[in-house]
Design a protein around this ligand. Structure first.
Ligand code: TYM
Length: 372
C-alpha cells in the first residue's frame, strides 16, 4: 500500500505529489509567463527555475509589480539548527543567493534555535546553539553579501523579536495552529507559540525602514504552513503579505523522499569526509535492473535513480549534460558502479571547495550577525 503523503514543517513522509500539494496548500504553479517575467530582470534563469525545482509561489507577480515600480523587495529565509547542514538545505539557500545577486536584495536569515529546542526532545539549548554556529558557517560559505545579509538566532535577537512575535501571537488562535500544524493536547506550549517567531522576519525590514517593504521568502514547500498564518496576520498589523517561492525536496540517497537528517546514512552532510561521501554514494539506490545484462538490455529509470536526481538537483547545472546523463541511464549505457563513482567524485570536489570556504567563514561570522 502507498504511504500517505504528509508534508508539515516537522514531518515529510510518503511519495510527494507536488500537484496535489499545490491544491492542498492553495499555492500557484510557476508557469512560463512568470518565468519570462523574472527573466526580464535577471537576463538568465537559474537552473532551479528552468527545471521547476522551484515549482510554486504565492504572489510573485505582485513582488515583480512592486519591483517594476521601484519598490525593491527584501529576502527572508532560515534554518532550524537541529543538526549538521545537509545538501538538501543548500537548494533554497543557493537559490536565495542567486536572487540576492540578481535583485541586489537585502537578506534576513533566521536561525530558529528556539524551535529546534522545543520540537526535538533530545536536544538541549546548548546543542542547538552549537549547531547554530556550525550551520552559520555553511550559510556564509555560500557567498552571501556581508553588507546585505543579516543572520540572527531567535534566542539571541530576542529583545527585538519577542516584542513583535507577541503582536503576531495575539491574532493567532490555538484552533488555527492546531488545524495548520496538527498539535495535540500534549504538545508543549512553546510549540504552539513558535509560528509567531517565524512570522516576524517577514516584516523586519519594514520595521527598520519605518515603511512597508515587500518581502520574498524562498523555502522548500514544507515551510509554507507558517506563512499561510503569517500572511493572514500581517495585514492586521499594517504590513504587506509576504510573497513565497517554493522548492521541491532534494531526495535522500536510498529513496526519492526528502533528504532528512533523521536518516543519516541516506544523507550527505556538508561536513562529510571524502570517505564518508564515497561510502554513502556507493550504497545509493539507482533502481537499475537486477543484472548487468538486463540493465544493458532494458535500461533504467532516471526518475527513481538517486544518482540521476543528484545531478538534476545540484551537481549539473548544464541542462544538456543532464539530458545526456538521463539518456544513458534510460538506454542502459551506464552501469550502477560507474554511475556512482562519477557522482561521488563530483560531490567530493564540490564539498572540498565548500570546506575551504567554510573555514574562511569562521573569521567572518561577526560581519553577518545581527544583534539587538
Ligand atoms: P530547516 O532547517 O528544516 O530547513 C532549512 C531550509 O531547507 C529546506 N529544506 C530542504 N530543501 C530541499 N530539499 C530538502 N531535502 C530540504 N530539507 C530542508 C527547508 O524547507 C528550509 O527552507 N523553521 C525552519 C527555519 C526557518 C525558515 C524561515 C525556513 C525560519 N524562518 C523562513 C524558510 C523560510 C526550519 O527548521 O528549516
Amino acid at each position: 500500500m502507498k504511504e500517505e503523503m504528509i508534508v508539515t514543517p516537522w514531518e515529510v513522509k510518503g511519495e510527494i505529489d507536488y500537484n496535489k500539494l499545490i491544491e492542498e496548500f492553495g499555492i500557484k504553479a510557476i508557469d512560463e509567463a512568470l518565468l519570462n517575467r523574472i527573466k526580464k530582470h535577471t537576463k538568465d534563469l537559474h537552473y532551479m527555475l528552468r527545471r521547476k525545482i522551484f515549482f510554486a509561489h504565492r504572489d510573485m507577480n505582485w513582488i515583480l509589480d512592486e519591483y517594476e515600480k521601484g519598490n525593491k523587495f527584501f529576502l527572508y529565509t532560515g534554518r532550524g539548527p537541529s543538526g549538521k547542514t545537509h545538501l538538501g538545505h543548500l537548494i533554497p539557500w543557493l537559490f536565495t543567493k542567486w536572487l540576492q545577486d540578481k535583485f541586489g536584495a537585502k537578506l534576513y536569515f533566521q536561525i530558529t534555535d528556539d524551535e529546534k529546542f522545543l520540537f526535538k526532545e533530545k536536544l538541549s539549548l546548548e546543542d542547538v546553539k552549537n549547531y547554530a554556529y556550525d550551520n552559520i558557517l555553511d550559510i556564509i560559505a555560500l557567498g552571501f553579501d556581508p553588507k546585505k545579509t543579516f543572520i540572527f538566532s531567535d534566542t539571541e535577537y530576542a529583545k527585538t523579536l519577542y516584542k513583535e512575535a507577541i503582536r503576531v501571537a495575539k491574532h493567532v488562535t490555538y484552533s488555527t495552529t492546531k488545524a495548520v500544524f496538527g498539535f495535540k493536547n500534549d504538545s508543549n506550549i512553546g510549540q504552539i507559540f513558535f509560528t509567531s517567531m517565524q512570522a516576524v522576519p517577514a516584516f523586519l525590514e519594514s520595521l527598520k525602514a519605518g515603511k512597508n517593504v515587500p518581502c520574498l521568502i524562498p523555502l522548500a514547500v514544507d515551510q509554507d504552513p507558517h506563512f499561510r498564518i503569517a500572511r493572514d496576520v500581517m495585514p492586521k498589523l499594517g504590513y504587506y503579505k509576504p510573497a513565497v517561492i517554493h522548492s521541491k525536496f532534494f531526495p535522500g540517497l536510498s529513496t526519492v523522499q526528502k533528504m532528512s537528517s533523521s536518516q543519516p546514512f541516506d544523507t550527505i552532510f556538508t561536513t562529510d569526509t571524502p570517505d564518508e561521501i564515497e561510502t554513502k554514494v556507493m550504497r545509493a539506490f539507482t533502481g537499475q535492473q537486477a543484472t548487468k545484462e538486463l540493465q544493458k538490455r532494458l535500461g533504467g529509470n532516471p526518475d527513481i535513480c538517486a544518482i540521476c536526481q543528484y545531478y538534476y538537483f545540484l551537481f549539473e547545472p548544464d541542462d544538456k549534460k543532464v539530458e545526456e546523463i538521463f539518456e544513458k541511464e534510460k538506454k542502459g549505457k551506464i552501469l550502477a558502479g560507474e554511475h556512482k563513482k562519477d557522482l561521488a567524485e563530483r560531490v567530493v570536489k564540490f564539498l572540498e571547495e565548500h570546506h575551504k570556504k567554510r573555514e574562511k567563514a569562521r573569521d567572518m561570522v561577526e560581519k553577518f550577525i545581527l544583534r539587538d
